[in-house]
Ligand binder design. Structure first.
Ligand SMILES: [Zn+2]
Length: 426
């Protein structure tokens, strides 16, 4: 299949930043084969690029897709009350079908707002992975692992869920699987060591929540005499390619450790603000050279999976917080949300529009008041786009949405999710 984006405004890489050009983009099967002019290219399909913009697909580096079911059902609560008092009791009532439909809703929202890949942490075997697999999106999937000791039956079963999904869906080239120890406060050291052994055995990366709340830090200091970052480093976790979600409460030495070890910190600015956890030290982390990417967290604490909202909030929160307008630039934020996210997930050759890269991208309709006049397309992505200007979205050269129409049964997804929540929390 050959697709041509003809005369389209493209956001292309340019050194550490971006440049914008009107050009032709030639796509053969899953790969961008040429950017410039399309002389000699004979497409099966041509997209007229007039008044359209193309950008590398966004990568949501931390979410829990099934929790889209809980959107707007646990608000204005502090983190621990939110998680243990509200979310976990609802999770206990979830069926496999609920998990499937909640994940479908998440995938639909991400497709409609420009996200081509995401890092998921879920609570089950199969149902979530099946929904993601059917959506056509790229994902790194981790089953949330909670356990104590090496002989904890529940803890072992959760690891087996990860391996089951890896073996069952391993042929799907858009999916990869990670070991997902939930956090240091829902596991003990022995269990984390078991998880690392399994990660090594199956060649998997690690996805964990880290240093999210003040309570987590205080408890860790009491119990282990060090910070959560030091605790994980001491047991050797950062020898693995690790994506650490949140990283809100960090000391100077924590920041240095994350930078030295090459840990990917997935910041979740809206979720952290909403749950009263504060703001990550992003400007200090940028300065120290920490690998940074952006996640929405779940729709139960955001309350959307729209990366455009988090991109904007990330830049604005730190400008406001530090009273420094150039502390985090639009270009830095867009890079975190695209190229860096793809690297964090360990996805091959994506996150950037260049020849030889995978065709993972979204196309926006520039006939939108929020994008006019198009004085600076990169600033537009960070500060003025709502996300719903996304008209079409492509993964591996395949359209998952074209002119706002997806292959998904949207009406059924809304019906099933509402039905489930009536039963769970009606
Ligand atoms: Zn999370």
């Amino acid at each position: 299949m050959k697709t041509l984006l003809k005369g389209i405004t493209a956001i292309l890489p340019d050194g550490a930043g971006f440049k914008t050009e009107i050009c032709d983009i030639c796509i053969t099967d899953d790969t961008i084969t040429k950017i410039g002019n399309s002389d000699g290219f004979t497409p099966d399909k041509t997209v007229d690029g007039k008044n359209r913009l193309v950008c590398a697909g966004l990568v949501n580096a931390h979410t829990h897709s099934y929790m889209s079911l809980f959107r707007n059902s646990a608000d204005d609560l502090m983190f621990h009350e939110w998680l243990f008092g509200r979310i976990m009791p609802m999770e206990d009532k979830l069926t496999q079908d609920d998990l499937y439909w909640g994940t479908c809703l998440a995938c639909l929202e991400m497709i409609k707002t420009g996200t081509t890949a995401f890092l998921d942490m879920n609570i089950c075997r199969e149902a979530v992975t099946r929904a993601i697999s059917e959506s056509g999106l790229k994902a790194a999937i981790s089953r949330g692992l909670v356990g104590n000791g090496r002989n904890d039956e529940g803890g072992i079963a959760r690891i087996e869920d990860t391996i089951y999904d890896y073996k069952t869906y391993g042929d799907n080239k858009r999916l990869k699987f990670m070991m997902g120890p939930h956090a240091i406060y829902t596991t003990d050291r022995e269990y984390l060591e078991l998880v690392m052994e399994k990660a090594a055995e199956y060649g998997m990366d690690i996805n964990i929540h880290l240093s999210e709340s003040v309570k987590e830090i205080e408890d860790c200091k009491k119990e282990h005499g060090c910070s959560p970052v030091e605790y994980l480093d001491d047991m050797g976790m950062f020898k693995f390619h690790t994506v650490a979600a949140h990283c809100v409460q960090l000391s100077d030495s924590d920041i240095k450790l994350l930078a030295d070890r090459g840990v990917w910190a997935a910041t979740n600015p809206i979720s952290n603000a909403k749950l009263g956890n504060g703001f990550a030290r992003i400007p200090d982390m940028i300065k120290a050279g920490v690998n940074l990417c952006i996640g929405t967290d779940s729709a139960a604490s955001n309350n959307t999976l729209n990366m455009f909202s988090d991109m904007s909030f990330l830049a604005l929160a730190h400008k406001g917080n530090t009273r420094t307008a150039d502390i985090v630039s639009a270009s830095e934020v867009l890079k975190m949300a695209t190229e860096n996210g793809a690297k964090a997930l360990g996805l091959e050759n994506t996150g950037v529009l260049k020849e030889g890269a995978r065709a993972d991208l979204f196309i926006m309709d520039l006939n939108s008041p929020s994008l006019q006049p198009l004085n600076n397309p990169v600033a537009a992505m960070c500060y003025s786009a709502s996300g719903y200007e996304v008209e079409s979205l492509m993964v591996d050269g395949e359209f998952l949405m074209e002119n706002r129409v997806t292959e998904m049964d949207e009406e059924r997804i809304y019906f099933e999710c509402n039905k489930a929540m009536k039963r769970i929390d009606g």
